[in-house]
Design a protein around this ligand. Structure first.
Ligand SMILES: Cc1cc2nc3c(=O)[nH]c(=O)nc-3n(C[C@H](O)[C@H](O)[C@H](O)COP(=O)(O)O)c2cc1C
Length: 246
């Protein structure tokens, strides 16, 4: 269709990278592309932390349990950050801002801002011929990541992104038919036929891909994941950072 859409449609997560580090110039380009994303009310309520210290990388790998957190060309951690908004004001004004800064609404805005910036970074990364993988696994121990990165109140780590020169070339993973995702004018519940069709698609994908072949399907994955309570420490952690309180 066009180069941008072709690039978007070619996305697949990369989990094996060459050891070649990103250049300073590549890092700057990726971060600036992230910053170009739209941002709620011009708040820019996020920070991006690049991890260059090998010990710290190893500690973050331990949190995640995933080798590519350590073995990559560069590791970014995306944080929701309303601290900068507070810092821009004097103490009296900060007190007046507290109700807003500590609300669910502001936590959502900061999370959305960070995520939009991250996806711009992801697309920029892929446009440079590099690969990437998001890392929600850093929330396996969010308190530990908070400690390791020495984050102040009003700043929380959301997810990481491993970036680098791909050392694998996996197939693209199927998605739901666009009409399952896109509704017009009112919500339309997904039908069991939609699920069955997608289960079949994913079964075919898992059984025929070039690496890590297995018997699996989407609804089975969802059942496995969601029937075990996960990361129940995240909610109290966020509140301990004075966010999402009301
Ligand atoms: C917010 C977020 C967090 C993710 N966390 C992880 C992760 O911790 N480890 C991992 O291997 N993949 C992670 N992924 C990648 C997803 O598993 C992947 O995007 C999804 O399976 C679709 O595959 P694709 O990206 O290759 O199309 C994450 C993706 C997102 C958006």
């Amino acid at each position: 269709m066009n180069e941008t859409i072709d690039l978007l449609m070619q996305h697949r997560s990369i989990r094996q990278f060459k050891t070649e580090p990103l250049t300073e110039n590549q890092i700057q380009t990726i971060v600036e592309a992230g910053q170009a994303a739209s941002t709620s009310s011009y708040y820019q309520a996020y920070s991006i932390i690049g991890i260059t210290d090998p010990t710290l990388k190893q500690q973050l790998r331990e949190v995640s349990g995933q080798p590519y957190v350590e073995e990559n060309g560069h590791l970014f951690v995306f944080c929701a950050d309303v601290n900068r908004l507070a810092q821009s004001q004097d103490e009296e004004t900060q007190k007046q801002m507290k109700t807003n800064l500590e609300s669910t609404e502001f936590f959502m805005m900061a999370t959305i801002d960070a995520t939009l910036a991250a996806q711009n970074c992801a697309v920029a990364t892929e446009s440079l011929g590099l690969g990437m993988c998001y890392l929600g696994s850093l929330r396996n121990d969010v308190n530990r990541v908070n400690e390791l990165l020495q984050l102040p109140d009003y700043v929380v780590p959301l997810f990481g992104m491993a970036v680098g020169v791909p050392e694998e070339d996996p197939e693209r993973k199927p998605r739901f038919d666009w009409q399952t995702i896109y509704h017009e004018n009112r919500y339309e519940a997904t039908t069991s036929d939609d699920i069955t069709t997608f289960d079949q698609k994913t079964e075919d994908y898992y059984s025929s891909r070039s690496e890590n072949v297995r018997t699996d399907k989407w609804s089975e994955q969802i059942r496995r994941k969601l029937t075990n309570p996960m990361r129940q420490d995240v909610a109290p952690f966020i509140q301990s950072k004075q966010l999402n309180k009301h």
